[in-house]
Write a protein that binds this ligand. Structure first.
Ligand SMILES: CC(C)(COP(=O)(O)OP(=O)(O)OC[C@H]1O[C@@H](n2cnc3c(N)ncnc32)[C@H](O)[C@@H]1OP(=O)(O)O)[C@@H](O)C(=O)NCCC(=O)NCCS
Length: 143
């Protein structure tokens, strides 16, 4: 389990989350540009979430989507730049790995454009025995 730097803590109660900050940050990210607040709130509602705080301020977020038996999908990981490099992202993902609801899950999955360094030391690697398939749904109203 990753240890957080002094002054930081993790919160899992969605009531405490700073939804405005999350929406601003995620809707400007490379993977979720144009995300609506409603879509984000729906995703949060149906995920196991963790947020990092420094005092009263939320500085990071990550969530896991899972059937709580076979797989868990890690998504929407961010840490504000001014709090980067302190191990916060790894601590949040590590927290999700250790969530009691996810004990026994066989595979954790995620996609990343360039943040492999966050995940490799947590045991992630590119699968060499699987082919990824996806179906894109433009009719969802989102890219
Ligand atoms: C990527 C991001 C989440 C990293 O947050 P962070 O709290 O600074 O990361 P950590 O301090 O936990 O870093 C853990 C490790 O990952 C490495 N790392 C951090 N960001 C990285 C990046 N973008 N690419 C490669 N490695 C990275 C660190 O060097 C560190 O490695 P080390 O233990 O060998 O020193 C943060 O920079 C961010 O929000 N970026 C914009 C959004 C984004 O790309 N999110 C990831 C989507 S998959």
């Amino acid at each position: 389990m990753s240890v957080l730097a002094e002054g930081y803590r993790l919160e899992t109660d969605p009531v405490r989350f700073d939804r405005a900050l999350m929406h601003r940050t995620l809707s400007e990210s490379y993977w979720a540009q144009g995300l609506t607040r409603e879509r984000m709130d729906r995703a949060v509602e149906h995920s196991l979430c963790v947020a990092a705080f420094c005092g009263d301020d939320q500085v990071g977020f990550a969530r896991a989507v899972s059937d709580r038996a076979h797989f868990a999908w890690i998504a929407d990981v961010f840490v504000l730049p001014e709090h980067g490099g302190k191990g916060i992202a790894r601590a949040m993902v590590s927290h999700l790995h250790n969530h009691p609801e996810l004990a026994g899950v066989r595979r954790f999955l995620l996609v990343t454009r360039d943040a492999e360094g966050v995940y490799e030391k947590l045991g992630y690697g590119v699968p060499d025995d699987l082919s990824w398939f996806r179906q894109h749904r433009p009719e969802s109203g989102w890219r």
